[in-house]
Unconditional design. Structure first.
Ligand SMILES: Nc1ncnc2c1ncn2[C@@H]1O[C@H](COP(=O)(O)OP(=O)(O)O)[C@@H](O)[C@H]1O
Ligand SMILES: CC(=O)OP(=O)(O)O
Ligand SMILES: [Mg+2]
Length: 397
């Protein structure tokens, strides 16, 4: 039997997973990876081996009503027939919100699940899916260790000012603080950047995680100093279906003057805004890029304008900038969005190489650009596997 760990990463529009076999030193070696994407639109599953060979492709055309839980069942069915000769020793999960209590990965038990469940209202597009996967696995394999790895944890060491809203102190002390998310992605980027460009990693870098959820992280020497998301994953950039930063007066107006119930406001801000709300067409950047409708073009313009504006704010938090890293679905693959954001940041000194950008090359800035710009594919699943093993065995190299 080959021993292995599994990583599960439930995002707002996707479930990504990785199966890592353990080598003789106990280090994780990717064997199988897969993703179910476009959940809520038209789900598509793809499973590949470590060499990229296709193991399974499946589509559910137009099945917008299929939930994360429904789709996990398809995944479990496939795993139960195909994963023979492999002993899964633990499953690690991305859990988006850790609140004030969970600032590092931990082994999950019943009490922890109850405490994590209380944070669902602070991450309604993520936390319930994260926890439902944990419950489903606990039912199938109650003795299997499961580890929670938090999106918020990487940001815990930020300076105190970056965590505080300008509201009464008592509310801050009750946990109404800026937490920040996409931390597993930023932690991976910080590690990977140190491997590919130690000089850039030692400096002041903005990492742009542009996926269905989108945020920026200001890092100094690989540590989070500031980030655009706050108490929830609604704040900051415009996203697929989320509005990003909005005048809180709008919410008061919707409730007090337009009679909207809190749940309806939640639905509006999390699920009907962002690219979808502005375009009236789709939350999916690929789809918008193919459209010739002016509303689609305006949605993309607003996305890039807002991303550049927030990058300017984070450059100020860092008191200067040495590098920019693009990652996640849009950041890794969408050359035009990257080019537009970089053009708006030319005043900072950013100069990109159009050919390298079009080719999605690892380094897309010109040699004389004072700020280096890189693309680094994120790997939250690998970060989850490493944290899971460190909880099981103690820290790995
Ligand atoms: N090849 C591609 N070209 C352009 N955009 C892409 C590509 N692949 C994914 N995207 C965009 O990335 C977004 C999804 O990002 P992803 O990081 O997978 O999402 P999630 O936040 O659910 O993890 C969608 O807007 C999608 O259109
Ligand atoms: C926190 C968050 O927005 O995650 P995702 O990008 O996976 O939706
Ligand atoms: Mg994601």
């Amino acid at each position: 039997m080959t021993r292995a760990v599994v990583s599960l990463n439930s995002g707002s529009s996707s479930i990504k997973f990785g199966l890592y076999e353990l080598d003789p030193n106990g280090a994780p070696v990717l064997a199988v990876r897969g993703k179910i994407e476009r959940i809520g639109i038209s789900p598509r599953l793809s499973i590949r081996d470590s060499a990229g060979g296709q193991l399974l492709e499946q589509e559910w055309p137009g099945e917008a009503g299929l939930t994360h839980a429904d789709l996990l069942v398809s995944l479990f069915d496939w795993a139960s027939t195909r994963l023979t000769g492999i002993e899964v020793t633990a499953i690690g999960h991305r859990v988006v919100h850790g609140g004030t209590d969970f600032v590092s990965p931990c082994l999950i038990d019943g009490d922890i699940l109850v405490r994590l469940d209380r944070l669902c209202p602070l991450a309604p597009l993520h936390q319930p899916h994260n926890l439902s996967a944990i419950h489903a696995i606990a039912r199938i394999a109650p003795a299997l260790p499961q580890v929670a790895c938090f999106d918020t944890a990487f940001h815990n060491g930020r300076p105190a000012l970056a965590k505080r809203f300008a509201i009464p102190r008592a509310l801050h002390d009750q946990g109404i603080q800026r937490y920040g998310f996409h931390g597993l992605s930023y932690e991976y980027i910080a590690r990977r950047l140190a491997e590919v460009d130690a000089e850039m990693a030692a400096g002041r870098v903005i990492a742009a995680h542009l996926g269905n959820g989108a945020s920026l992280c200001a890092m100094s020497a690989g540590k989070s100093m500031d980030t655009t998301m706050g108490f929830t994953a609604l704040d900051g950039l415009m996203m697929g279906t989320r509005c990003g930063t909005i005048d809180p007066g709008v919410i008061l107006h919707l409730q007090a003057e337009m009679g909207m119930a809190a749940k309806d406001v939640e639905n509006l801000l999390y699920s009907r805004s962002g690219l979808l709300g502005v375009s009236g067409l789709s939350s999916d950047m690929r789809e918008l890029s193919l459209s010739d409708r002016p509303e689609a073009a305006e949605a993309i313009d607003l996305f890039t304008w807002r991303a550049a504006r927030e990058a300017g704010a984070l450059a100020s938090s860092l008191e200067g900038l040495d590098g920019l890293v693009f990652t996640a679905g849009i950041g890794e693959h969408h050359a035009d969005v990257r080019a537009r954001i970089c053009r708006r940041l030319q005043w900072l000194g950013i100069r990109i190489d159009d050919a390298a950008n079009t080719a999605n090359a690892p380094l897309i800035s010109l040699a004389d650009s004072p700020i280096k710009v890189r693309i680094i594919p994120t790997d939250e699943e690998r970060m989850i596997a490493l944290h899971t093993l460190s909880i099981l065995n103690g820290p790995q190299a």
